[in-house]
Design a protein around this ligand. Structure first.
Ligand code: CIR
Length: 253
C-alpha cells in the first residue's frame, strides 16, 4: 500500500536532458501539462503528492526516481551514474528528511540510479547498467540486509534502466518487455509480456490495485485490464523523448 508520492516539476532546461531516444527535443509547455495530469493520476490512486520546485541546474531532475530509493524502513540517497545528475541528490535528501524518513547513502566509487531498482515486497532486484555499478549495488544490498530486507543483482543488456523493461504489478505478477523473456532472475514470476512494438509500455506503475499506463499503447493497456487491473492512461510523450517513463517521474512510498 502506497500513501505518498514525491514529484519534481520539469525545468525549462529539460530540453538539454540526456537522451538516446532520437525522438527530438521535448516541448516544455506540453511536458508541464503532461506532468500536471501525471500528478492528477497519482492523486486518483489515493496518493498524497508533494511537488518539488523545478531546478534549472539539472535538466533531468524531473526524473526523481533516480536520485533516491525508498523502502519500508527509510530512504537511500543514491550516487547517480551520470555526472550531470549527481547534484540532484541534495534537494531530494532535504525533501525526504522533511518527510521524516531515515536516510542512508550510496557512496563513490559506487554508482546507482533508482530506475535500476525494483522492489518486490522486502526483496530488491538491482540492474547492473551503465548507471549502476557492482559497488553501488553491493552497498545497497548491505543497507537492505542491515534492515532485514534483501537484494540481488541482475545482469542486463542494452536497456537504460532495469525498470525500462519491467514493472512489478504485485501478487507475483511482472509486466515485461520482450528483452526480459527467459531472464533467469524472473523465472518464478507470472509474466505479462507487452508486444514488441509496444516495449515502452513495460514501464507502468502499480498503485494500490490500479495501474498507471502510458497513453498510446492500446494492446498493452488491454492486456493489463484483462489481467484484472483497472488502468489510468497518462501521456508522457515529452518525457519519452528523454528516455524517461512513468515510474521515473515519482518516488512512491
Ligand atoms: C537520463 O538519461 O538519466 C534521463 N534522461 C532519463 C532518466 C529516466 N529515468 C528512469 O528510467 N528511471
Amino acid at each position: 500500500m502506497f500513501k505518498h508520492a514525491i514529484v519534481k516539476t520539469p525545468c525549462a532546461n529539460m530540453v538539454n536532458g540526456i537522451t538516446e531516444a532520437g525522438l527530438g527535443q521535448p516541448d516544455y509547455q506540453l511536458a508541464l501539462q503532461q506532468h500536471k495530469l501525471y500528478i492528477k493520476a497519482l492523486q486518483q490512486c489515493g496518493l498524497d503528492v508533494t511537488v518539488l520546485p523545478a531546478d534549472e541546474k539539472f535538466p533531468d531532475s524531473c526524473f526523481i526516481e533516480d536520485p533516491a530509493v525508498i523502502t519500508q524502513h527509510g530512504a537511500i540517497i543514491t550516487h547517480p551514474g551520470a555526472d550531470s545528475r549527481k547534484g540532484e541528490t541534495k534537494a531530494i535528501e532535504q525533501a525526504l528528511l522533511n518527510q521524516g524518513l531515515d536516510i542512508q547513502h550510496i557512496k563513490a566509487p559506487g554508482t546507482l540510479d533508482g530506475g535500476d531498482v525494483m522492489m518486490v515486497d522486502k526483496h530488491f532486484y538491482i540492474g547492473l547498467s551503465d548507471r549502476t555499478n557492482q559497488q553501488g549495488a553491493q552497498q545497497l544490498i548491505g543497507i537492505l540486509e542491515q534492515q532485514g530486507m534483501s537484494g540481488e543483482t541482475v545482469e542486463m543488456n542494452g536497456l537504460l534502466h532495469l525498470k525500462t523493461g519491467l514493472s512489478y504489478l504485485e501478487n507475483n505478477r511482472l509486466l515485461v518487455s520482450q528483452e526480459m523473456i527467459g531472464h533467469p532472475a524472473f523465472e518464478s514470476f507470472n509474466l505479462l509480456t507487452v508486444p514488441a512494438a509496444e516495449s515502452y509500455a513495460a514501464n507502468c506503475i502499480w498503485i494500490n490495485g490500479q495501474v498507471i499506463v502510458p497513453k498510446g499503447f492500446p494492446k498493452s493497456q488491454a492486456m493489463i485490464e484483462q489481467a484484472g487491473y483497472s488502468t489510468i492512461a497518462v501521456d508522457v510523450s515529452e518525457f519519452r523523448k528523454l528516455d524517461g517513463g512513468l515510474s521515473c517521474l515519482s518516488l512512491r512510498f
